[in-house]
Write a new protein. Structure first.
Length: 479
């Protein structure tokens, strides 16, 4: 573990009352809904950003909105911080707790409450996994569009907290484009409902504010999401290039020409080799960069779109063009891409970055990223959503070497600053968490940050919800 990122100091008044707080929570929740034994708390000390960890005061696992509200009323009354947790797949440290905090996990809230195909909506509890929604409606010809690589495990509550996307967000958008309503518990236990099955709601767009709030405005317990009809057909195609810069320029030209495939995914040579060794997807190993371009529609529509994309790719020196010939082959192509993070974890510790850049700057940022990594004496595998410029360089390092870990974090910070300087932003779908918190001043001026913190404080004046995350520790309003 490194000490590159600071946490808020635990509140002594909370730590001194730990036993009393645990006793009170035992009275509020069923026996199997509270974890407080020190050894049993260890699995909750971190999330997928494993460089940092803190053992929480207790872990509450409510099953209903009413139980969530009871926990929040109690913690608000006694000034106990609360850290919301979905499946713990956050790559920015969004669910890492503190010693004085109660982790409020939503894993037991895993029911699909309503499927309304007439209105093309599903209402689910926050602990339902992303993939379960699509599986529930697939037999009827529908799916839920956002598809993070962790969709097998990640939950809707976490997706809403981070405004998650996925490979198909190029055409269908990220969570905010597919979210219609939420039920949310505020910091004092008040339950509110925003939006619903209707397409738009009067008044301020508070739903837009909640999507991406990183657990700092309230606890989302239920969500109503948009369902989409499955396309007539879909076809992924592999495009191999000599260099990453050529592949990046091709992506910019495809989108610039007005063509919007359903997905454009990028892998450089290290990522190709890692994913192919794991998935045996048939990726070409003699290229420097690979694009997975998926189109959908009728056979005629897919043929016409692919012909245009191939012509653009040829102008950028494409070496390999391979269309999948079966559903099995298509599944393997996507298995390789969606297994990239796990496959990389088999060979090395890594930090996954999440900067976003304008497509016109893609080639430049890829080149500068390589220079940064070389300067720090590290290795990187690039695999990301190229169609919307959401970059995910995986910086490889040795977690058992503190110097190596520190250099990896420093290199990651420089890459994120590069994204901002190129006209992009710090995060596309992983959130700010603790990872990017101290870089917020690189993207925003004081006036902008003060305004954002004022909005946050309007929901949570005492800064009890996920308090060490998102905003720099200095310059916060007094709680």
């Amino acid at each position: 573990m490194t000490d590159f990122i600071r946490f808020l100091e635990p509140r002594p008044t909370v730590l001194s009352r730990r036993d009393a707080i645990v006793a009170d929570l035992i009275d509020l929740l069923p026996k199997d809904c509270l974890i407080h034994a020190p050894r049993e708390l260890v699995p909750f000390e971190t999330d997928a950003f494993v460089s940092y960890r803190r053992v929480p005061l207790a872990v509450a696992l409510p099953r209903t909105t009413e139980e969530v509200a009871a926990i929040m009323r109690y913690c608000h009354k006694y000034g106990v911080p609360v850290v919301p947790r979905g499946a713990g797949t956050s790559l920015s440290g969004g669910a890492i707790p503190q010693e004085d905090a109660v982790v409020l996990g939503l894993s037991k809230m895993s029911r699909i409450l309503d499927i309304d195909l007439a209105n093309r909506t599903a209402t689910v509890q926050a602990g339902v996994t992303n993939l379960n929604i699509s599986e529930a409606v697939s037999p009827e010809g529908f799916f839920y569009a956002p598809d993070p690589s962790s969709q097998l495990a990640c939950t809707i509550g976490g997706n809403i907290g981070m405004n998650s996307g996925g490979a198909h967000c190029l055409k269908y958008g990220v969570t905010t484009n597919n979210l219609l309503g939420v039920k949310m518990v505020l910091v004092d236990g008040t339950v509110i409902e925003l939006g619903g099955k209707h397409l738009d709601a009067g008044g301020y767009d508070l739903l837009g504010l909640v999507c991406g709030h990183e657990g700092q405005l309230g606890i989302v317990t239920e969500a109503t999401v948009r369902l989409i009809a499955k396309p007539e057909g879909a076809r992924p195609v592999l495009f191999g290039f000599e260099t990453s810069e050529e592949a990046g320029s091709c992506v910019a030209d495809v989108i610039g020409s007005g063509i919007i495939p359903v997905a454009i995914e990028f892998m450089d040579k290290p990522a190709i080799e890692i994913c192919e060794a794991f998935a045996k997807a048939g990726y070409p190993l003699d290229v420097g960069a690979l694009l997975i371009v998926e189109v959908e529609g009728s056979e005629a529509e897919m043929d016409a779109m692919l012909a245009d994309i191939v012509e653009i790719a040829r102008r950028h020196g494409v070496r390999t063009v391979r269309e999948c010939q079966s559903a099995t082959e298509a599944a393997l192509i996507w298995k390789g891409r969606k297994s990239a993070f796990g496959a990389t974890g088999r060979i090395s510790d890594y930090i996954c970055m999440d900067g976003t850049v304008p497509l016109s700057q893609l080639s430049y940022v890829l080149k500068k990223t390589s220079e940064i990594i070389d300067r720090f004496g590290l290795r990187v595998a690039n695999v990301f959503h190229a169609g919307d410029g959401n970059m995910h360089p995986l910086i490889l390092f040795n977690a058992n070497d503190p110097d190596d870990a520190a250099r990896a974090e420093q290199a990651g910070n420089e890459i994120l600053k590069l994204c901002v300087d190129a006209g992009g932003c710090l995060t596309g779908e992983h959130g700010v968490g603790i990872e990017k918190r101290d870089l917020m001043t690189h993207q925003y001026g004081k006036v902008d940050l003060d305004q954002q913190m004022a909005v946050r404080a309007a929901f949570d004046p005492g800064w009890l919800l996920n308090p060490s995350k998102v905003f720099p520790l200095e310059g916060r309003p007094a709680a």
